[in-house]
Design a protein around this ligand. Structure first.
Ligand code: ADP
Ligand code: MG
Length: 699
């Protein structure tokens, strides 16, 4: 349970004055949340820049184009004449050095008069301009009297906004939220506080939202850094808590004598690559250890992770236990079983698949066999973590494409067995620093080489003005019996972005090439999708129009051509994943990146990277450089464990420090007890990394 102390921060923003349904909608969009944001979401939205109002020149010395705060006396008003209401309301004011005109367009009658009474002294702040030889402020941002001036901040934060949301209303909401900040006990150790010179969290939040110095809002300021450290520490501690649950009693070993693995290896129609062998050996070694395995197997699409996962499952089966593989999509799960089943069968390993599609008697049968220990390796989707799925002796959980699953889902799967070992498969090569941030202290195996016999992919960028040439080339390829993917970005036409609609493209290609053309997209039913995919694999469909459903895992080795429409719209990682669908067989492949002109610099750079290399690790690194970390993992929009404050470019050092701190805590106070433990639990709740707390019980 979240400490009551934090409740005010988890109140909805609509509880703040001036935040109604309209602001709610805008803030949801801005803060990327499906539900009404809470005060904490607001407070973790940090400024992007500042407006410095501290320049207080005399009128004569005001520099046009800069923000100034002037002390003036109001001389007279010239309201907009009745015959021309569109003309501005002008206020003439002065100091002893000169005159200034304050300009208001479409002012409410009486409003300006009240704000700036004739003869009064006022402080006005805004951007100075010269107009007809006179200094002018149009709609000054601030107009205050002596008392107001005493409270006026010299530096105003500027936040990333969204259209329709006024800076002023965001600032007012933020000021109210800051007022609700409870007194929090310090969770960072005195050593780290001293070494890093971190201020208390309340001071950090106050200073970034109400800066005193221009540098206060910079990501490398002590204030922002403190918040980044908190966020990273919460993340690292949560991961360390999960990891600490991974010790198992001596004698419980999860790898057998190798007889099943040897049979599988003998049955393979190819030789394992050196890195596949190394990865398999490292996994077997982990399975024999008294500490539970938490290993990430990274490898580009097509690098052969599935067979390594199968060998791991076989090792577990040899020891009389069961394994499960959870994939993020139905297609992927079926792909895995297709690779796995024939090999498993020959080795005498009993496998089955369980997705949302297995229902009724079929499902009951699978569950019964699973509970009886008659299934050794169960492959599936989210369906695996349903309550009624009970294993006899689950010992290994393989999670494919981990970053699409939350920690909760991973825990739900491992909770179905005793001391379950975890192997995470990732086809998105993740740079080292990010492995640490997202997965914590995991062991990593990499499949860096491609299986032998793979042909390089010839990748070219083509403007869509040459679409008809591309069509002709596709026609020739089809006549020659080749299999072609045609990727479109969206399923339906969106008013906002003029992207080519897959349906529409399907129709136009069908009009030209007839029944050889098929379509798969994310809104189709699973069975329907599989049917089309099977037709494509069998060559009955030669040209497959697809949305990004083919992005992950789909394996049709005979496909050698891919056209990607609006390639400039895709992220690097996604392009790489998509292209990984070809170049899987022994024939040379071609990838055409169709783009809409003109290309901006970012898109140009991205397409160049994709053209130059097929090395996923290099692409991931370039992606990190170009876009920042959100996109590398494809989590920016999805609300998965992302980081809102910490940035890998600025806070790289802090990641390591936060990890060290988390490890120290795990050593000194693994159950998070006492006052400091209490404070650390508070930190985990604050950043919503509390999922592991139930594992260690009350403090
Ligand atoms: P990943 O899951 O890493 O994208 P897969 O495991 O699906 O890759 O393997 C892609 C294809 O390569 C499969 O058809 C698989 O049978 C084949 N394959 C795997 N390892 C090798 C190897 N060492 N040599 C040749 N082909 C391999
Ligand atoms: Mg795969």
């Amino acid at each position: 349970m979240r400490p009551a102390l934090l409740n005010p921060l988890f109140a909805p923003v609509t509880s703040l004055g001036g935040v109604g349904p309209k602001q709610d909608r805008l803030l949801r969009y801005l803060l990327d949340r499906d539900e009404t944001p809470r005060l904490i979401d607001l407070l973790l939205h940090l400024p992007a820049s500042v407006i410095d109002r501290r320049a207080r020149p005399k009128i004569r010395d005001a520099v046009p184009g800069t923000v100034v705060t002037l002390e003036v006396t109001v001389d007279r008003h010239r309201p907009a004449p009745a015959r021309n209401p569109r003309a501005p309301h002008l206020v003439y004011a002065s100091d002893e050095t000169g005159d200034v005109v304050l300009t208001y367009f479409r002012a409410q009658p009486g409003y300006v008069e009240k704000l700036l009474p004739v003869g009064s002294k006022r402080y006005v702040s805004g951007t100075a301009q010269m107009y007809d030889g006179t200094l002018q402020l149009t709609h000054p941002d601030r107009v205050v009297d002596e008392a107001g001036f005493a409270k006026l901040s010299g530096i105003d934060p500027v936040y990333p906004l969204t259209e329709g949301l006024a800076l002023g209303s965001l600032r007012r909401a933020m000021a109210q939220a800051l007022q609700k900040l409870p007194t929090l006990q310090e969770w960072i150790s005195p050593e780290v506080l001293r070494r890093c010179k971190f201020p208390p969290i309340a001071e950090a939040l106050n200073r970034v939202h109400m800066p005193v110095e221009l540098t206060d809002i910079l990501p490398d300021s002590p204030f922002w850094s403190r918040l980044a450290f908190d966020e990273l520490l919460a993340g690292q501690l949560a991961l360390a808590l999960v990891r600490a649950q991974l010790r198992r009693p001596a004698g419980d070993r999860h790898a057998g004598d190798g007889h099943l693995r040897n049979k599988i290896i003998d049955a393979l129609p190819y030789a394992l690559t050196a890195s596949q062998r190394q990865a398999a050996a490292a996994i077997t070694d982990d399975l024999r250890q008294p500490v539970r395995m938490l290993r990430l197997l990274q490898g580009d699409v097509g690098s052969g992770k599935t067979v390594v996962a199968l060998l791991a499952a076989a090792a577990v089966t040899e020891a009389g236990k069961q394994a499960a593989l959870m994939a993020p999509t139905e297609i992927l799960a079926r792909q895995h079983i297709k690779t796995i089943a024939p090999l498993a069968e020959r080795a005498g390993l009993r496998v089955a698949i369980l997705t949302g599609r297995e229902k009724g008697k079929e499902r009951r049968d699978i569950l019964a066999r699973l509970a009886a220990g008659e299934i050794d390796f169960l492959v599936g989707t989210h369906a695996l973590i349903q309550d009624d799925v009970v294993f006899k002796a689950l010992a290994l959980a393989v999670v494919d494409e981990q970053h699409r699953f939350g920690v909760r889902e991973r825990l739900a799967l491992t909770a179905k067995g005793c001391n379950v070992d975890v192997l995470v498969l990732s086809a998105t090569p993740i740079p080292r620093t990010l492995v640490l941030t997202y997965f914590g202290d995991m062991d990593v195996s990499e499949l860096r080489e491609k299986p032998a016999g793979r042909q390089p992919i010839d990748t070219r960028a083509v403007p869509d003005s040459r679409l008809s040439e591309v069509m002709d080339a596709v026609g020739r390829a089809l006549s020659a019996g080749k299999l072609v993917y045609w990727i479109c970005p969206l399923v339906e036409e969106s008013e906002a972005i003029n992207l080519t609609d897959a349906e529409q493209r399907f129709q136009s290609l069908k009009a030209r090439f007839g029944d050889k053309v098929g379509l798969v997209h994310g809104k189709m039913r699973g069975t329907e999708k599989d049917r089309v995919m099977a037709q494509f694999a069998a060559g009955e469909v030669g040209l497959l129009v697809a949305t990004t459903v083919v992005e992950v895992g789909v394996d049709v080795p005979a496909a050698t051509i891919m056209v990607i429409e609006n390639a400039e719209r895709f992220g690097l990682a996604q392009l790489h994943q998509l292209r990984g669908r070809i170049g899987r067989g022994s024939e040379a492949s071609t990838c055409l990146l169709l783009y809409r002109e003109p290309l901006n610099d970012m898109s140009k750079a991205r397409l160049n990277v994709i053209r130059e290399t097929t090395d996923g690790f290099r692409i991931a690194e370039e992606d990190l450089k170009l876009r920042g970390e959100g996109d590398v993992l494809g989590v920016r929009q999805s609300g998965l464990p992302g980081y809102r404050i910490a940035r890998s470019d600025v806070h790289g050092q802090l990641i390591t420090q936060a990890r060290d701190e988390a490890l120290r805590i795990m050593k000194d106070n693994p159950k998070l007890q006492g006052a400091r433990g209490e404070a650390l639990r508070c930190l985990l709740y604050l950043f919503e990394r509390d999922e592991a707390l139930p594992l260690i019980g009350a403090g």
